[in-house]
Ligand binder design. Structure first.
Ligand code: URA
Length: 275
């Protein structure tokens, strides 16, 4: 390649990056790591099976197991290794186990593992969808534009990083910020269930449709799910759980902030009862 070709290619890349094109992706995810060196990667369609269906079609481990272990035992959703949760008794140990986990293919394309931010003593746990570009660069959930809005929303009801604990349904950024597939969510679900067991929050807030559907095990849309208290069954107790609109959606549709504000007031009221 001549010097001027290299310069044009580099200028073009810089222009793409400035326009926000930071990934080269197709419409459907392709697992190129699964293809052998000699066989071209097959073009697989995106997984469309809803998470509840995907879980139902996997083997059903006994109800007597705690949720995190049940989800781990049900991992034949993917051919990847199941998470090892035995002996994990602290959030710090869990973070190490997540960082060492090779069962979610997104880890291979992500730059960092985004485990959580906030306080391990928090009464409020917030669960978003998936790390985006800024989160992938910094290794922490909700640190980009949507995160800034989330921080303002929380501040409006008197909460901050010392009083909340924030994570996502998955710990690695899906290329191009696409919605995670049910299989990707399922591969991280045992860790998330253990994260909830270890944090023992008083309330859980689900940010957006992907988190709400997977955590509440439903196919209902976020507009129907939001603004209602439901129960998430953790190890030994049911945790009041509220779904609300995702801050990234609020950035695109500011008129929906009114609904999100109503949800925040419901959260504030519930917290005043448990404090
Ligand atoms: N959106 C999410 O759902 N999670 C993040 O961490 C950032 C943006």
């Amino acid at each position: 390649m001549s010097e001027s070709d290299a310069k044009s290619a580099s200028d073009l890349l810089a222009w793409y990056a400035a326009m926000g094109v930071d990934e080269a992706i197709g419409d459907a995810p392709v697992d190129r790591f699964a293809a052998s060196a000699t066989t071209p990667a097959p073009l697989e369609p995106a997984a469309t099976q809803p998470i509840a269906e995907a879980r139902a079609s996997a083997q059903t481990p006994p109800e007597s197991l705690p949720k995190a272990k049940r989800l781990a035992a049900a991992s034949p959703l993917t051919s990847e290794p199941a998470p090892a949760l035995d002996g994990i008794e602290t959030l710090a140990d869990l973070e190490k186990a997540v960082a060492a986990f090779e069962g979610c293919p997104l880890k291979r394309t992500a730059k960092t593992t985004c485990f959580a931010r906030g306080s391990a003593q928090a009464k409020v746990m917030l669960i978003g969808e998936a790390p985006g570009r800024d989160e992938d660069l910094q290794g922490k959930p909700f640190v980009g534009r949507a995160g800034k809005l989330l921080d303002k929303m929380l501040a409006a009801i008197g909460l901050d990083e010392n009083s909340v604990y924030i994570t996502n349904t998955i710990y690695w950024r899906p290329p191009g910020n696409r919605t995670p597939t049910p299989q990707e969510i399922a591969s991280c679900a045992p860790f998330l269930a253990r994260q909830i067991e270890l944090l023992e929050p008083e309330v859980i807030v689900l940010l957006g449709g992907a988190a709400a559907k997977s955590m509440l095990e439903t196919t209902e849309g976020i507009m129907r799910l939001r603004g209602k208290w439901k129960l998430y069954r953790a190890k030994e107790r049911d945790i009041p759980t509220l779904a609300t609109l995702h801050p990234a959606y609020l950035l695109r549709s500011p008129e929906a902030k009114r609904q999100a504000w109503r949800d925040l007031l419901m959260l504030k009221e519930r917290l005043s009862a448990v404090q």
